[in-house]
Design a protein around this ligand. Structure first.
Ligand code: SAH
Length: 505
């Protein structure tokens, strides 16, 4: 984080503005709106001050800024637009302990002024830490048009009911759940429609209903949510909404920090994935944990990589919940096969290449792959292998042993959809060595079938340059060692593409 956003209470506090032009007038107006006492120091006030100059909290002193002007000031705006004078004002203000902002000179500022969407008392501040005022303005415009003006009234109403609700619903979590329902329900609708009297009545009724229900021991709910393959943009709207609602999030190793960052700040987080040198929590224990947390009345979000019902053991986890009568819902996610294929430019089906696609796992049982080879070796079919990297040499060897053409194209998409995505392409005959040379770390999807060739035309996602450099190098090394085979020229082209992308061509 470049800067810490804080909301400063300036009521009755001293703010100094130096300068008499448009920039100074804008800052003066904001400080007055926030209830500050403002001293403006300038040779004279321009016409931008016309409306402000009679404000009871504004004092004007004609002249150049002097050290005593800043005595007792908490904030100063050096806005004369004269660089030398602004630098001097900044030094005098700082010497008095004030925080200084110099408009349009981020290098001189102690703080930047965010763009504001004002639905007082609700305020939304947007800041790019001075890097792009244009971007903050565009975001502000979007928010201005999507957040109704009446949200200010709603914020005030919620402020006014706080004490009463706190008195009658003492438990913090249950109060938060209650208020979330209020914000989403008829009470808020009535406030937004301007009928506060009925809103109060409705609120009374809902508090009563809550009181009647609270004698019953609370049962929470479990949300089994697919977090997708990694890019947070691939979450569903519902996943995002529930991430913001959950009391506790139970997650495992496939969930990266960009997605965890979207979890409600105060929610408890429980990691149940594999730790270094330790096993992950057995499935049974995870299910029991979910049941226990829900029985405590919590909203429990079980966050899984990809889709919870595709090689995610999501079904097993909720079986116990169903048996125990705990309410749950399942939110699908984009599965790794689909996410990785899209981000690697490999259509899973294609009229000219594949009419079907099968999802299998390359996980070994007792060191052996247990796959239905007859169904995998169908022509015009794409095979998407999950959890196959560790067994790649055995997997490709067995494919060939069961009659697959060693020249069938294969792609491995490692850390798909993430900024460090890495794609290695080859054939069934060459891919194991190429993958080893590229030092892939997983998670990895393996795609087998002629659709892989389309990547040359359809690859679009640009991962971090460092990673693609590795791939290009690994590929080149692989190619030197094995220069034959129909896809070697395709590999060469891809390596070239990666290099071209890196250099921005
Ligand atoms: N439920 C998940 C799959 C879990 S199994 C889903 O629907 O995607 C774990 C396997 O998924 C990993 O071993 C890997 O094969 C694959 N995987 C998950 N995320 C991936 C990613 N970002 N890139 C490549 N493969 C991924």
């Amino acid at each position: 984080m470049e800067q810490l956003p804080i909301s400063l209470d300036l009521k009755g506090k001293k703010v100094v503005v130096t300068g008499g032009g448009a920039a100074a007038a804008r800052k003066t107006e904001l400080a007055l709106r926030a209830g500050a006492r403002v001293l403006v120091v300038a040779q004279h006030l321009g016409e931008e001050f016309h409306e402000l100059s009679h404000h009871p909290c504004l004092t004007f002193r004609a002249g150049s800024p002097a050290p005593e002007d800043f005595a007792g000031a908490v904030v100063a705006f050096a806005a004369s637009t004269d660089h030398a004078e602004d630098a001097l004002s900044r030094d005098m203000a700082r010497a008095n302990g004030a925080l200084v902002n110099v408009p349009d000179r981020p290098e001189l500022c102690d703080f930047s002024m965010p763009s504001i969407v004002d639905r007082s008392p609700l305020l939304i501040a947007i800041s790019s830490a001075g890097t792009s005022p244009l971007l903050t303005r565009i975001i502000k415009e979007r928010l201005e048009s999507t957040i109704p003006a009446a949200y200010g009234t709603l914020a005030r109403f919620l402020g006014s009911i706080r004490e009463q609700v706190a008195e009658r619903i003492r438990d913090n979590r249950s109060r938060r759940h209650f208020l979330e329902k209020i914000v989403d329900g008829p009470v808020a609708d009535l406030v937004l429609a301007g009928d506060e009297a009925r809103a109060w009545k409705q609120l009374e009724a809902e508090i009563d209903a809550h009181g009647r229900a609270s004698g019953v021991s609370p049962v929470g709910e479990v949300y089994l949510v697919g977090g997708g393959p990694g890019d947070p943009d691939l979450l569903t709207f519902r996943a995002l909404r529930l991430l913001q609602r959950a009391d506790v999030v139970v997650y495992d190793r496939l969930i990266g920090s960009p997605i965890l960052d979207l979890v409600r700040r105060d929610a408890e987080r429980i990691y149940v994935g594999k730790m270094k040198n330790k096993h992950e929590l057995p499935q049974e224990e995870i299910s029991r944990l979910l049941v226990k947390l829900a029985r405590e009345g919590k909203r429990v979000l079980r966050l899984k990589g990809g889709d919870p019902f595709i090689f995610g053991r999501g079904g097993e986890e909720i079986e116990m919940l169903a048996g125990e009568g705990i309410p749950f819902q399942v939110v699908p996610g984009i599965t790794a096969a689909s996410g990785c294929a899209s981000y690697a430019g490999i259509p899973l089906t294609h009229r000219d290449h594949a009419q079907s696609c099968v999802f299998v796992t390359g996980h070994a049982k007792n060191g052996r792959l247990d796959l239905d080879w007859a169904s995998l070796l169908q022509p015009r079919q794409t095979v998407a292998v999950y959890m196959g990297l560790a067994m790649l040499p055995e997997l490709t060897r067995d494919f060939i042993a069961h009659g697959a053409d060693p020249n069938t194209p294969v792609a491995i998409v490692d850390s798909g959809t993430r900024p460090n995505q890495q794609v290695v392409t080859g054939t069934i005959g060459t891919i194991a060595d190429l993958a080893a040379a590229a030092g892939l770390t997983g998670p990895s999807m393996i795609f087998i079938g002629t659709v892989v060739r389309l990547r040359d035309k359809l690859g679009w996602f640009k991962p971090l340059p460092g990673r693609s450099a590795d791939v290009a190098a690994a590929r080149a090394a692989g190619e030197d060692a094995r220069s034959s085979g129909p896809t070697s020229s395709a590999r060469g082209k891809r390596a070239h593409n990666d290099r071209a992308r890196r250099s921005g061509k």
